[in-house]
Design a protein around this ligand. Structure first.
Ligand SMILES: [Zn+2]
Length: 394
């Protein structure tokens, strides 16, 4: 794919000291809230739950210098290979059902010039209706797991990850699929959430912007999981561009029609976006508000690791709503309330997610950040047809 690493970002906190122009090679941020990062320093901060944190956008070690030029545009290759994963977690049934449907009736996801391949990512887990068999498939797409030089008994999901990497990757190569849409359900009250992994990927930010506008007035939040202390190696990370589509609330092993319908709409708009892009539509530069992960917060626990408190009723189902200093987070069975003691308002998400009890996570703290993307257009113009503009798309 194209040169999407040469993007330009403009990041604004919600209570900024001013607009933050970020050069990713130097990362000199004057962050006004949430996390204070020393300028030009890879400062580690002790988070509220004892998690060592780097700033979510401190990627000093990666990527070329970025030019601050919002007028710049990116010309990218057309999208040819798209995969839609369901059943990365076998008990998240909206994606399982949709992918099984599309495997038999693919007309709904057919677009000219694109191979759109529905795929059950963890078939054994789907068969048993469990999240995973041996280990979480959505955490094992690191280079060590994907290498073939392991000995001894290999966990099922590692074998499956290697198979997926050979079918849709190899990860990081020019042969990798252009886009993977990875379908998930959450037990949290998150609505139709788009999960973004790369704040410099113009194409994917533009796709999120298109989906958000298409879903309006329904809130379609974007969760950025780029924080090095929280980021994990997802199944979809083998593609050049990827979005996790996380829709809830829905219990594990259950299908709700409203949740399935929302997921289906997001997939439709994602494919529509790619189709418009391939047809030569010029997408002007845009900005989107994202919720950037700061840290995960565990439940209070006793000295043998059992929960000593649960999510407070005033936080339950309040994903994306502000959590202010002094607000209750947890309550013990004898009524003791634990309040949020941070300095700044944060926005919790994945509140009381069933799958995250094993991951010692009660919820994730995020902060609102604005990401900007350059204008993009595909290189496949030349048919004689004038390109559409975004205004003709909506
Ligand atoms: Zn999942």
């Amino acid at each position: 794919m194209g040169d999407y690493d040469n993007s330009t970002m403009r990041i604004r906190g919600k209570k900024p000291t001013g607009t933050q122009m970020v050069r990713a090679d130097k990362v000199r941020m004057r962050w006004s809230r949430g996390v204070k990062t020393r300028r030009g320093h890879h400062g580690m901060k002790k988070g509220g739950a004892g998690v060592d944190l780097r700033h979510p956008f401190d990627r000093t070690a990666a990527g070329p210098p970025l030019a601050v030029n919002m007028a710049a545009s990116s010309t990218l290759s057309a999208i040819h290979k798209v995969a839609i994963f369901g059943g990365t977690h076998g008990n998240e049934l909206s994606g399982v059902l949709l992918v099984k449907h599309w495997l038999k009736h693919g007309g709904e996801i057919t677009k000219p010039g694109m191979e759109v391949r529905p795929f059950i990512a963890n078939p054994k887990a789907v068969e048993k209706c469990v999240r995973y068999i041996d280990t979480d498939l959505n955490r094992v797409f690191d280079s060590e797991s994907l290498s073939n030089d392991r000995t001894g008994k290999i966990p099922y999901e590692i074998t499956q990850a290697q198979k997926i990497n050979s079918l849709f990757g190899p990860k990081g190569s020019k042969d990798a699929y252009d886009v993977i849409l990875d379908l998930h359900n959450t037990t949290a009250h998150m609505g139709a959430t788009l999960i973004l992994e790369n704040s410099r990927d113009n194409f994917t930010i533009q796709m999120c912007n298109y989906i958000q506008k298409s879903m309006a007035p329904e809130h379609c939040p974007v969760l950025l999981i780029e924080h090095p202390g929280v980021k994990y190696t997802t199944t979809r990370s083998i593609a050049k561009h990827s979005i996790g589509i996380e829709v809830g609330p829905q219990p594990q092993g259950v299908i709700r029609a409203d949740i399935l319908h929302k997921m289906r709409k997001v997939v439709k708009y994602a494919l529509d976006f790619m189709n418009h892009f391939n047809e030569g539509t010029a997408f002007p530069s845009c900005s989107i508000e994202v919720y950037s992960v700061l840290e995960k917060i565990d439940y209070p626990r006793n000295n043998i690791g059992d929960l000593s408190a649960i999510i407070h009723p005033s936080l339950q189902d309040q994903d994306w709503k502000p959590l202010n200093p002094g607000d209750p987070m947890f309550i013990s069975l004898d009524g003791k309330v634990t309040c949020y003691e941070g300095e700044n308002t944060v926005y919790p998400t994945f509140v009381n997610e069933a799958a995250y009890y094993e991951k010692t996570q009660a919820f994730a703290k995020t902060e609102k950040v604005t990401l900007s993307a350059q204008s993009i257009q595909s290189v496949t113009l030349g048919s004689g047809e004038p390109p559409a503009s975004l205004s003709t798309v909506f």
